[in-house]
Design a protein around this ligand. Structure first.
Ligand SMILES: Cc1cc2nc3c(=O)[nH]c(=O)nc-3n(C[C@H](O)[C@H](O)[C@H](O)COP(=O)(O)OP(=O)(O)OC[C@H]3O[C@@H](n4cnc5c(N)ncnc54)[C@H](O)[C@@H]3O)c2cc1C
Length: 763
């Protein structure tokens, strides 16, 4: 008997038996979710010893010449066409010329390859377009986002038959078809796989021919673009009671294209999601017959719908909502820095108050971090990866951080952020937050079940191998594979326990790090937490096994740590890729210190609440012997971050690069344009005001009389004051305008869609 077979038969075999009961078993939907996409930097983090040289070697995301021209041309042009106030409150839709422009300039076909007439853009370009549109109109951004995200286009590209691709993709690219995707139903939201929408395989008549097909019955809701869609990508459960396709009766979740003009299809009225008026509504179908070739991928793909969805989501989830969130955070940093600078209370700019700086600092650093992660994730997608765990992290984290950023922006703006009207530039972003939080996997479920639950299985170097070995129907083969994986796992755990111990007890000053100048110490600290994470994961899997899935609060905290490791890596990479700008260093430092504090707190919470107490004591000893000692960013760093967005300069420009900057007033004075003007003028007159302050003078006339300032200076000061007055103004409305609106919405409910309120007049 060889040494290897002795180990397998006498040591591994009993463990194999115990593990069959202890390790979580995969449900079919979990297995399909786990098989979708691939792993990337997330897997490196799970090793406990990330190779930083790999991180720094990933090529940064870049735009081609053509993509840059699209952003400077059609995207800019579209932004100038949009009046967010009138879209949301007056027209309740995008104007017809914007719809036409979106279709004709192929905004709905960014992901469709050129050979089908699409734009064939990179993930990064697609993301940049959504980012810029989001800073102008959320309704327009969502409208452009959906056909390029999970839906018929993406599914056809990945799984469609050649005939389907040749027929549908050019039509979608030309904007002749408007797609939507129907998964959610009243009874099945987060648990979408529990839908009762169904299809039955049968023979029927389609366009005069008798063919094999499917009779569909469904009721979907919340479907974006549903009210205007010409083709519905539909998810339903397929049954074959007459065995027309084969042995199986319950075939499972299947995806098909349903032209909305077919008899039996009902497109309902519109939902009004958070008063943002992108097209969204319910739809249902009663005995709608489609031929078998309307199944995406044809008859070979029946029953594989869940896997297809997860696969499509693996990429899309990393682009749309993270781009909207990055835009939201950058926009909030941009306008709030400017507003804090121009708004004066207690005879000074509110930007001078420490408590305001606390919010401004967090805003600036949040904008830096979310955009760093967005760029890094897009680069991975453009490099051919489909990292499902990374994109889930991005979706949940970017949207949560946008929420923090928007709340900070609202608080700093005070009443100016709250009063709705054409002059308000924060309302839409604020109302859009819960939408981004809810769609493409609501955040609570994504944080507590997916980030870590799937991450642990997908990215762990050994766990999935062990699980698949345990489930292998061929026991001997399973035991062999388990033997290899298990002993590899043991070596991995011991190495990480040692690493975690040494790095924790030395306060994170020992460990590999690239020569990254002032940032070198951050790599060491992050490496310390990566080792602690890997060790804690193994201890949890060993002691809780399958029960970890139900310990959602523990799992969510692990998800947070994994997310922090990912986002902090992205911040380090951004600083490096942007040439290690000294001016941006406070932003990096803020992100890193905040991240370390969150990680240390989550470890503390895990240890305090871990149900297996001896394991908790072990973790305490190895990874955080002195408790959570990270305090987050210092006041000095926060102050420096705040200064970046309250002063013009290259660091501010880098942070808020490529936002839409409105210059025209259009139908109404544009609040952002007024603010930018006031900001520039306030900054320009600062030296004059400093001179007056030094002379203890507040009155302009007196300052001129005393020759502290010139007449020209006085004119400049008065012009700046006028610009500030215009920028801090808010809208008001005649009482009857608001009453008219109330009557329209509370009166005849069935006529809501036609008796829209008349425009509110701006101040
Ligand atoms: C504006 C908007 C646009 C949308 N567009 C589309 C679309 O185009 N196509 C489409 O098919 N769908 C669409 N949706 C649906 C969206 O994907 C669902 O809203 C989402 O999946 C959540 O479902 P739900 O709203 O029913 O919430 P529920 O599933 O009822 O969830 C309620 C809460 O419970 C939490 N929760 C659920 N299960 C768990 C669990 N196991 N553990 C912990 N927490 C849990 C959730 O995180 C959430 O916080 C859209 C929704 C909105 C609001």
């Amino acid at each position: 008997m060889t040494q290897a077979s002795f180990r397998r038969d006498f040591l591994t075999k009993p463990i194999f038996r115990i593990a069959q009961h202890a390790l979580p078993r995969l449900s079919d939907t979990e297995r399909e979710a786990i098989e979708a996409g691939d792993v990337w930097w997330d897997a490196e983090l799970f090793t406990g010893n990330p190779d930083w040289s790999k991180l720094l070697a990933f090529a940064p995301a870049r735009l081609s010449e053509e993509e840059q021209q699209f952003l400077a041309g059609p995207v800019e042009e579209l932004c100038r066409m949009l009046d967010d106030w009138r879209i949301n409150w007056e027209w309740h839709d995008l104007p017809p010329q914007a719809w036409e422009f979106l279709k004709s300039r192929k905004f709905f076909a960014m992901i469709i390859p050129k050979k089908y007439g699409g734009l064939g853009f990179s993930a990064y370009a697609h993301s940049e377009v959504i980012r810029k549109l989001s800073t102008c109109s959320i309704a327009a951004a969502v409208t452009a986002m959906v056909p390029n995200s999970l839906g018929p286009g993406e599914l056809l590209m990945q799984f469609g038959t050649k005939e389907q691709q040749d027929y549908w993709l050019p039509r979608l690219a030309r904007g002749e078809e408007i797609p939507c995707f129907g998964l959610t139903s009243p009874e099945a939201g987060s648990d979408a796989a529990s839908m009762i929408d169904n299809g039955v395989v049968c023979r029927g008549t389609f366009e005069g021919r008798e063919v094999l097909g499917i009779r569909l019955n469904w009721h979907k809701r919340y479907i974006t673009l549903g009210p205007v869609a010409t083709v519905l990508g539909l998810a339903f459960k397929l049954r074959d009671p007459d065995h027309l396709l084969g042995e199986r009766e319950d075939i499972g979740i299947t995806l098909a294209l349903v032209p909305t003009h077919l008899p039996g299809v009902s497109i309902g009225r519109r939902h009004l999601p958070a008063l943002l008026v992108f097209q969204n509504g319910p739809n249902w179908g009663h005995d709608v017959f489609i031929p078998m070739d309307h199944v995406i991928g044809g008859v070979d793909q029946v029953g594989k719908g869940w896997k297809m969805l997860m696969s499509a989501l693996a990429a899309g989830r990393g682009i749309s909502l993270p781009s909207q969130s990055a835009a939201g955070a950058a926009f909030c940093a941009h306008v709030t820095g400017a507003y804090a600078r121009i708004r004066e209370q207690f005879h000074t700019s509110i930007a001078n108050f420490e408590a305001i700086q606390e919010r401004l600092g967090r805003l600036a650093a949040t904008a830096y971090l979310v955009d760093a992660a967005r760029r890094m994730t897009c680069a991975a997608l453009d490099d051919g990866h489909h990292p499902a765990v990374v994109t889930a992290i991005m979706k949940a984290q970017a949207t949560e951080r946008m929420r923090v950023a928007v709340n900070d922006a609202m608080d700093v703006h005070g009443g100016k952020g709250i009063m709705e009207g054409p002059l308000n530039y924060l309302g839409s972003t604020y109302r859009g937050v819960p939408i981004a939080i809810t769609v493409e996997g609501a955040n609570i479920v994504t944080r507590s079940l997916i980030q870590f639950g799937q991450g642990a299985i997908r990215c762990h170097p050994y766990l999935l191998k062990e699980m698949l070995a345990l489930e292998d129907a061929d026991r001997a083969r399973g035991l062999d594979a388990f033997d290899q994986a298990f002993w590899g796992h043991v070596g991995h755990s011991l190495a990480n326990a040692w690493r975690a111990f040494v790095r924790a007890w030395t306060g994170g000053i020992i460990g590999p790090a690239p020569d990254a100048g002032a940032a070198t110490r951050f790599y060491r600290q992050l490496g310390r937490y990566a080792a602690a994470f890997a060790m804690a994961v193994d201890v949890s899997l060993l002691t809780l096994g399958g029960a970890l899935k139900r310990k959602e609060m523990i799992s969510a905290r692990f998800g947070d740590i994994l997310s922090e490791l990912y986002l902090a890596s992205a911040a380090l990479k951004r600083w490096n890729d942007e040439g290690r700008q000294a001016d941006d260093f406070p932003l990096l430092e803020w992100c890193m210190e905040a991240s370390f504090a969150t990680i240390a707190t989550r470890f503390d919470e895990i240890i305090a609440n871990f149900p297996v107490r001896p394991a908790a004591w072990l973790l305490r000893f190895f990874i955080q012997p002195f408790g959570s000692r990270r305090r987050g960013p210092s006041d000095r760093v926060t102050d420096a971050c705040a200064a970046i967005i309250t002063n013009p300069g290259a660091a501010r420009d880098r942070l808020t690069v490529d936002l839409f900057h409105p210059t025209e007033t259009g139908a109404h004075a544009n609040g952002v344009a007024l603010l930018e003007r006031a900001f520039a003028m306030t900054v320009a007159v600062q030296p004059i005001r400093d001179r007056m302050r030094a002379a203890h003078l507040r009155d302009i006339d007196q300052a001129v009389k005393q020759r502290t300032i010139s007449a020209g200076d006085a004119a400049q000061l008065r012009a700046a004051a006028d610009a500030v007055a215009a920028a801090i103004a808010v809208d008001d409305f005649a009482p009857e305008e608001l009453t008219a609106r109330g009557a329209a919405t509370h009166g005849d409910v069935s006529s809501q869609a036609t008796s829209l309120p008349q425009p509110f007049a701006a101040e």
